[in-house]
Design a protein around this ligand. Structure first.
Ligand code: FAD
Ligand code: NAG
Ligand code: NAG
Ligand code: NAG
Ligand code: NAG
Ligand code: NAG
Ligand code: NAG
Ligand code: NAG
Ligand code: NAG
Ligand code: NAG
Ligand code: NAG
Length: 584
């Protein structure tokens, strides 16, 4: 009887509150903030609120503007420009909202009207931590969908959401080097100091950090890109790096976060206070626990580095995969000798004015090494096996740089190639897999995929070494990283000319056929890297966090009880629809 009346009570009150309790407030509803409310928010953040129109709106009817459209088109593939615009994301597909048939693609004809899609309606271009607090409080008070948007690089669409208020962290550009960092502790407590560290504002991008550090003789564990942010999705998701072999994941190296929580308080999280948030921000994923204002990470010397590239080409359907198989048998040896980096396999590479080729390129950095001869020797057995497998002489290029900065400023000159429509799927593949005879199964699996011109399979050799040795670090990071040898990604470009249904078919193939092929290699034992993964990963809790998930879920429940911070496939997102608009 008691149970009955209780559930009726819930039904009745629940019925009246459906919108307020179970869905985010939508612009056509009475709960939506009034003009006066928005103006109050604007003044509370000192005039930094902007109403956002989609990136390509000047290229479409009703608001067509030739001059403005030219600027948009000129910067379509300029990741630096995209990162500076609250309206843009780096992967155009996440600006659209297929479910409502809304898009505003640069490539679609002018006559197709521009629709808002997943682009936020308002952006708080925050300049101070206080501004962040005000925006967080506003979203919570008005039950508005909140988005934290840094550079917009996210591959899973976590930096956009329909009908949302965006916190735009781009302008937090502070970088400082601290010779003797002491964590911030509650009064009455003391913490040991003395570690050299770097504090990075939430909006600092990799190329900015690398060029700043270059003149300071200091390096930190950072990613291989230009405009990806350091303190946002990168470090909070784990963060892999050329420097990982020597010093672990980026998240292993975080010493302290300054963060605004869901209730608007600004706190420090480190091993001495708010340790639950510290645990969660080191690998639990961006956008789920609070708005990070800055992160402090360990500083290291600007090591010398030897950088090697090995490549081979074959005719399409030639002995291409035989080379790949031969390569996989050398990975453990190269990694044990300090090699870390990437290999890219493109089975159909379009060559201008010529026949297509299959191309394989390996980029390996040997950090803290100076001898090009020694690296050449390490690679010589690989080259000989590639020659035997393919019949082609692989090309080799070995260069020594006096510092990692020298390598980074050579590789990263300020612009990533983005602006296309992309999806991917991935799996972490273990060291023991490569040690067994099974590595051949990897080539068999990958070669059975159907490739369009330009489709790539990318292997990231970014674990082993200190990443494996750090297995006792207590953090939210996917424990699978400690056993990983290769983070393997299948990438798929989609044409904006396709219909939403055609694009969905490509995405469904990734989820239903391609990732399961990788999954089966180790019978589901390994997981995936949450920052570079399938946006529809079915069992994401297990795959992205393994045994850490229950603890992350509990931290989320205690620190964000009303689910203000929900991102696609993030901690706690299973209680929400895929847009984060209504509870399910
Ligand atoms: C070209 C390219 C190269 C890459 N190279 C690497 C690499 O070498 N190593 C690697 O590990 N990864 C790499 N990545 C993946 C990268 O780490 C992710 O895309 C990451 O999510 C980017 O974070 P962001 O903050 O720059 O992007 P955004 O898309 O702006 O944000 C990503 C996520 O973090 C959240 N977020 C952003 N800022 C904050 C904040 N201040 N507080 C709380 N949450 C926040 C967002 O809400 C979103 O959920 C690469 C990606 C690309 C596109
Ligand atoms: C916020 O205030 C600034 C400065 O007064 C103004 O330029 C801007 O248009 C306002 N934003 C919105 C969304 O009204
Ligand atoms: C960015 O780089 C890509 C390829 O690396 C290039 O196609 C594009 O034109 C560049 N964009 C800008 C604006 O420099
Ligand atoms: C790309 O955008 C950046 C930032 O807006 C700008 O400084 C740069 O000039 C642009 N590059 C090109 C080639 O237009
Ligand atoms: C950036 O540094 C300046 C000068 O040290 C300081 O005044 C400002 O508050 C800092 N901003 C942030 C967002 O940390
Ligand atoms: C392979 O390496 C050679 C020599 O370093 C270089 O000229 C060529 O462009 C590379 N090919 C590919 C596909 O990267
Ligand atoms: C880097 O190399 C030097 C010289 O070989 C060595 O003394 C030092 O321990 C190395 N550093 C690391 C972190 O391995
Ligand atoms: C190798 O494959 C066999 C059979 O497919 C399987 O039993 C074994 O567990 C695999 N080994 C590894 C390290 O994945
Ligand atoms: C899209 O279609 C247009 C016109 O049919 C064509 O010119 C363009 O190359 C296509 N773009 C892509 C990316 O396929
Ligand atoms: C899906 O995968 C199958 C099997 O590899 C392939 O035949 C089909 O063309 C793919 N479809 C799309 C839309 O990519
Ligand atoms: C916010 O929540 C934390 C616990 O998660 C609590 O310590 C703090 O006092 C709260 N702040 C406010 C302003 O309610």
């Amino acid at each position: 009887m008691k149970v009955w009346s209780f559930s009726i009570c819930v039904l009745i009150t629940g019925g009246g509150l459906v919108n307020a309790t179970f869905c985010r407030c939508q612009p056509d509803q009475p709960c939506w903030p009034t003009e006066a409310n928005w103006a109050a928010l604007n003044s509370s953040i000192e005039g930094n609120l902007v109403a956002v129109k989609p990136f390509a709106y000047p290229c479409h009817d009703t608001e067509f503007n030739a001059a403005k459209c030219t600027i948009v088109k000129d910067n379509a593939y300029n990741s630096s420009y995209r990162s500076s615009q609250p309206s843009a994301l780096q992967w155009e597909n996440w600006e659209a909202w297929p479910k409502e048939d809304e898009q505003c693609y640069i490539e679609s004809p002018m006559s197709i009207p521009c629709k808002q899609g997943r682009v936020s309606l308002y952006s708080a271009k925050v300049q101070t931590a206080k501004h962040v607090q005000k925006a967080v409080e506003f979203a919570a008070r008005h039950n508005i969908k909140l988005v934290i948007r840094n550079t917009g690089h996210d591959f899973l669409g976590r930096s956009s959401a329909p009908n949302s208020l965006q916190i735009f962290t781009h302008n937090f550009k502070n970088i400082s080097i601290i010779d003797e960092f002491v964590p911030t502790v509650p009064s009455g407590m003391s913490a040991p100091g003395g570690i050299k560290a770097v504090t990075l504002g939430a909006g600092v991008q990799l190329h900015e950090m690398y060029s700043f550090l270059a003149s300071k003789g200091v390096m930190v564990v950072g990613g291989s890109a230009n405009t990806v942010g350091v303190a946002g999705g990168y470090v909070q998701g784990g963060g892999h790096s050329f420097l990982g072999w020597l010093h672990g994941m980026a998240s292993d190296n975080a010493l302290e976060f300054q963060v605004v929580l869901a209730n608007g308080s600004l706190i420090f999280a480190n091993p001495y206070q708010n340790t639950d948030i510290f645990f969660a921000l080191r690998g639990g994923g961006g956008g789920s626990f609070g708005v990070v204002v800055s992160v402090t990470v360990k500083a290291y010397p600007n090591y010398p580095v030897v950088y090697a590239t090995v490549n081979y080409t074959t005719s399409v359907n030639g002995p291409f995969w035989k080379g790949s198989d031969a390569f996989h048998k050398h990975i453990v040896y190269l990694n044990d000798n300090g090699g870390s980096g990437y290999y890219v396999m493109i089975p159909i590479t379009l060559v201008p004015n010529s026949q297509s080729l299959s191309t394989f390129v390996l980029f390996l950095a040997f950090v803290n090494q100076t001898s090009t001869d020694a690296v050449g020797k390490l690679l010589s057995p690989l080259r000989s096996d590639l020659r035997k497998a393919t019949g082609y002489e692989p090309s080799l290029n070995v260069v020594s740089f006096p510092s990692l900065s020298g390598l980074y400023t050579t590789l990263f000159r300020g612009n990533d190639t983005t602006g296309m429509q992309a999806r991917m799927g991935s799996r972490l593949v273990s060291r023991s897999f490569f040690e067994s005879a099974n590595s051949t199964q990897l080539t068999e699996a990958v070669s059975s995929l159907k490739f369009r011109p330009g489709d790539a399979v990318i292997g990231c050799i970014v674990a082993g070494g200190q990443v494996a040795k750090n297995r006792d670090i207590e953090s939210g990071l996917n424990p699978a990283w400690r056993d990983t040898m290769v983070h393997l990604m299948i990438t798929r470009l989609m044409s904006p000319n396709m219909t939403f249904d055609e694009q969905a078919a490509i995405a469904a193939n990734i989820t239903d056929q391609e990732v399961p092929l990788l999954e089966s290699l180790e019978s589901g034992k390994m997981g995936a890297y949450l920052n570079e993964a399938d946006a529809d990963e079915p069992d994401f809790q297990q795959k992205f966090w393994g045994t850490n998930y229950p603890r992350l879920r509990a931290i989320k429940a205690s620190r964000d009880p009303h689910d203000l911070f929900i991102v696609r496939k993030g901690v706690g997102s299973e209680d929400w629809d895929s847009d984060g608009l209504c509870r399910v």
